[in-house]
Design a binder for this molecule. Structure first.
Ligand SMILES: Nc1ncnc2c1ncn2[C@@H]1O[C@H](COP(=O)(O)OP(=O)(O)OP(=O)(O)O)[C@@H](O)[C@H]1O
Ligand SMILES: [Mg+2]
Length: 355
């Protein structure tokens, strides 16, 4: 088989494949391995195996024994903690490779590692269940908002008519009714969520991100730094830029509020192969990561974070993330988060669909 075709097969596999040389340095890895460790090919190549992760429950001596005894091993349900502190459960197989003395270029790999993420399937079904529940909550809130909207319009109209007939002193009260009705109407509009008129076209995601940075920079506290780490090779992607902007703005605003007056927010873009999003597999996906070094998401909010009206802020309406999720969902994408004190990241994954 031509080596190009072989690479194509290896890079389309879900299982991570890593080949190690005698010194336990990486001499080959496929794309799935880069995604698992969230490291680039350049970073992985030539690196010591142990420098790719923070912790692995299978000890290093087990690997060394494979080289010495030429007997492979399998470790099911091993725990891998990556450098970014993600903990994943994996099935790990280590196989000694036969030395090909006739072909020097091929002979450097002595160990073959196959790493399969086992919690992925569990995660997908939990994810699907959560989406259904969130949808129910959203429908409920939307239904309620709809019921409020019409009588509220009538109320405001009546107050306006009355306003014209009253003397100046009493006008104060009708003015108050109208102001409060307008405030409630704004909330109802937000509860009803984004309208569904998409304007999908090919756009450069970095232009959309730069616009958001410009917007938030207007009243950004001076000790908050926004860092960008963009992958310039990302192709234009079919999106509704206004919707994506709104979704990302909601997440970035939360990050700004979380760090309060001092902190760092990073915006990272990457491209990933073979991503499963909402139970559907996509060949190519864009991942936008927003990281902040604030205090983290409080435990009592985590389970219901994306539900409408869930807030941890006194002045919050709890709609930002719910709206963001609807908008990203309309792009067949997903938002997930990981959070601990000092590091909160939201990952927005959107499939790159070639039409
Ligand atoms: N980066 C973050 N760090 C810490 N907590 C966060 C972060 N992002 C969101 N949260 C928590 O999640 C809650 C819900 O966020 P969401 O954007 O949905 O609503 P909100 O910010 O409270 O109100 P709104 O966005 O409607 O003004 C927030 O109140 C906050 O407690
Ligand atoms: Mg918010």
């Amino acid at each position: 088989m031509a080596s190009l075709q072989k690479n194509n097969i290896l890079d389309n596999m879900v299982t991570s494949i890593i080949m190690l040389d005698q010194q336990m340095n990486v001499c080959y890895n496929n794309l799935a391995a880069e995604q698992l460790f969230k490291l680039s090919a350049k970073r992985m190549n030539g690196s010591q195996l142990s420098s790719l992760y923070h912790h692995l429950s299978s000890s290093k001596t087990l690997f060394e024994q494979v080289i010495a005894t030429k007997q492979g091993f399998t470790d099911n349900l091993a725990t891998l903690i990556c450098l970014d502190r993600r903990s994943v459960t994996v099935d790990l197989s280590v196989t000694p490779l036969a030395q090909e003395t006739s072909d020097n270029q091929q002979s450097e790999g002595v160990l073959l590692l196959e790493i399969r993420q086992v919690d992925q399937q569990q995660r997908i079904s939990a994810e699907m269940q959560q989406i259904t529940q969130q949808q129910l909550a959203k429908d409920l809130v939307k239904g309620l908002a709809h019921e409020i909207k019409n009588p509220l319009g009538g109320l405001r109209g009546a107050a306006q008519l009355l306003h014209r007939r009253l003397d100046d002193e009493s006008k104060e009260y009708t003015q108050m009714i109208m102001e409060q009705a307008d405030r409630l109407n704004n909330l109802v509009e937000r509860l009803l969520g984004p309208n569904k008129h998409h304007q999908h076209a090919k756009h450069n995601i970095h232009q959309v991100l730069e616009k958001i940075v410009q917007l938030v920079s207007i009243d950004l506290p001076p000790h908050i730094i926004i860092k960008r780490d963009y992958d310039p090779s990302i192709p234009d992607i079919t999106i509704d830029p206004e919707q994506i902007q709104q979704a990302l703005l909601n997440i970035i605003q939360n990050a700004i509020q979380a760090v309060a007056n001092r902190g760092e927010i990073s915006i990272i873009t990457r491209i990933a192969n073979q991503m499963t999003i909402n139970g559907k597999r996509h060949r190519l996906a864009l991942i936008i990561t927003i990281v902040d070094n604030g205090p983290g998401i409080s435990d009592d909010l985590r389970q219901t974070l994306f539900y409408p009206m869930v807030t941890g802020r006194a002045e919050g309406t709890g709609l930002g993330l719910s709206i963001a999720q609807t908008l990203i969902g309309q792009h067949q994408g997903r938002i997930d988060f990981e959070s601990s004190a000092g590091h909160t990241e939201f990952n927005i994954t959107i499939p790159v669909i070639n039409d």
